[in-house]
Write a protein that binds this ligand. Structure first.
Ligand SMILES: Cc1cc2nc3c(=O)[nH]c(=O)nc-3n(C[C@H](O)[C@H](O)[C@H](O)COP(=O)(O)O)c2cc1C
Length: 266
């Protein structure tokens, strides 16, 4: 890997990021739900204002009612206040969030009454990941609609996919229940960050046959990712962050094999 940018390219890339905004057709500018969805951002700085119980209950309700394959609801949510997170993990919720949810895939619960996916671990796992991710997004948008901001995390040291083994022990998870991500909720401290570089629609949506990515567009996107990361993490770099992920993946893979596919060898 190892990508570095000269100062001119870095400045140009940052300028591009700052100019990025959602495309909302002028005829639809007044649609409140669309605006909520398209102006959502991952927020990583929260005030100490608490989230009222009824607001958090409404967020959870959005997860409970999310769509799922055959309505199997293959998810579980571990809910935390700042206090219960501290009691469980010995640290503050990341970014000083006021509430957190660890969202899990759960193929255990339905199995107690229904053998839904006999001998198809990969399908079972994939289905559970899809469904739990949809529930996570529903809760994220419900929060946004209620003025509560959030960020989803897979890597905060001890809180998601990359810490599955640790969380299994902490939360007493049975086989078939596997952590995917943590959602941290709170009221944003200050303005939302700029939109990180999103690929143009032509790169991600095709009609007919799959189209190979455009090399220039992809190089430009990567330059913006690198420049954007550097601007918000002066003492780190996009490369360094990738290495952190890569270093954890081996252990995470073994943990997941064990708790998802019940492989006793791992
Ligand atoms: C499954 C998932 C895991 C993520 N993990 C992290 C994480 O560990 N740390 C972090 O700072 N952001 C994390 N994010 C947030 C992404 O960095 C963010 O969604 C992305 O940069 C796009 O920005 P946006 O959400 O503002 O559009 C995660 C997002 C998702 C969906």
């Amino acid at each position: 890997m190892g990508i570095s940018l000269g100062p001119i390219k870095a400045a140009r890339s940052l300028w591009r990021i700052l100019r990025g905004k959602p495309n909302i057709p002028s005829s639809l500018q007044d649609n409140a739900l669309l605006r909520t969805l398209l102006h959502r951002r991952s927020v990583r700085s929260f005030s100490d204002r608490p989230i009222p119980d009824d607001v958090f209950a409404a967020i959870l309700e959005a997860g409970r009612l999310a769509p799922s394959t055959v309505n199997l609801q293959t998810w579980a949510f571990a809910a935390f206040t700042a206090e219960s997170w501290r009691a469980t993990f010995g640290s503050d919720i990341p970014f000083k969030g006021q509430r957190a949810l660890i969202v899990m895939g759960d193929t255990h619960r339905a199995r107690t009454v229904l053998n839904a996916f006999p001998r198809s671990p990969l399908v079972e796992y994939t289905v559970a990941v899809m469904n739990a991710s949809l529930a996570a997004m529903a809760m994220n948008i419900a929060a946004e609609a209620l003025g509560v901001s959030s960020v989803m995390l897979s890597e905060t040291g001890r809180s998601g996919l990359l810490d599955a083994g640790y969380l299994r022990d902490k939360l007493a998870l049975p086989a078939g229940v596997f952590p995917l991500l943590t959602i941290v909720f709170g009221y944003a401290r200050g303005a939302y960050p700029p939109m990180p570089p999103k690929l143009p629609l032509e790169q991600i949506c095709f009609q007919g046959r799959y189209r190979e990515p455009d090399a220039d567009v992809m190089a430009d996107w990567l330059a913006q990712m690198v420049a954007g990361y550097k601007a918000s993490h002066i003492f780190s770099s996009f490369d360094a962050q990738l290495k952190v992920y890569q270093a954890k993946i081996g252990r995470a893979e073994a943990d997941l094999q064990k708790i998802v596919f019940h492989d006793p060898e791992k």
